[in-house]
Design a protein around this ligand. Sequence first.
Ligand SMILES: C[S@@+](CC[C@H](N)C(=O)[O-])C[C@H]1O[C@@H](n2cnc3c(N)ncnc32)[C@H](O)[C@@H]1O
Length: 193
Amino acid sequence: MICSVFKKAVATRPVRALTLRSLSSVVVPDINDMEQEQIKQANEAYDGIVEIAVSGDRGWGVFASRDLVEGERLIKITPFSFTDTPNQHSIQIDWKKHMNVDIPARFVNHCCNEANVGIKIRDEAADFYALRDIDAGDELLWDYETTEYCVSENFPCNCGSSRCRGTIRGYYAHGNQVMEAYGPDFIAPYLLK
Ligand SMILES: C[S@@+](CC[C@H](N)C(=O)[O-])C[C@H]1O[C@@H](n2cnc3c(N)ncnc32)[C@H](O)[C@@H]1O
């Protein structure tokens, strides 16, 4: 298997059921009622394409609801605001410009070198595309170091890729690997200037 693309932990449970602490095998992120409602709305908007569910110890994740085809545009990334400093859920589009993005984009987890989805930035928005065929139930994983020059906080990666970089820092640290893995089409244009 390429990378540790997780199968959906609790594929068909409604969001409220995911918050039950009795699910011992997964770490269920704390969310408030508003976030719960936003997840429900995103799941309805992307019904039949992707679904938000719990991704083991990585918190929330986004999963394929059906078989997805290489090259398919999957998720529209809509910024609700911009900031000049990164945060855990922002996406960098220029040296001092980060998009605060909506759900489901903000819940896509990271994979090193073998990500199955990539981002194409257009003006002040972006989209996720399938980088290869993806089976229903597989987790969508994007390589954060294709857009983030320096992540807001380094984190130890548990993507399970045979080429896992260990600690995720940003393009400044692993740019050569990122370029080799994806080529320029799926690297943020500002990083290539
Ligand atoms: C954009 S959020 C992704 C959604 C997140 N799982 C959540 O529940 O909010 C980014 C954060 O998710 C976690 N994460 C994503 N991919 C990961 C990975 N491969 N290994 C460990 N943690 C990861 C890290 O804490 C990271 O800062």
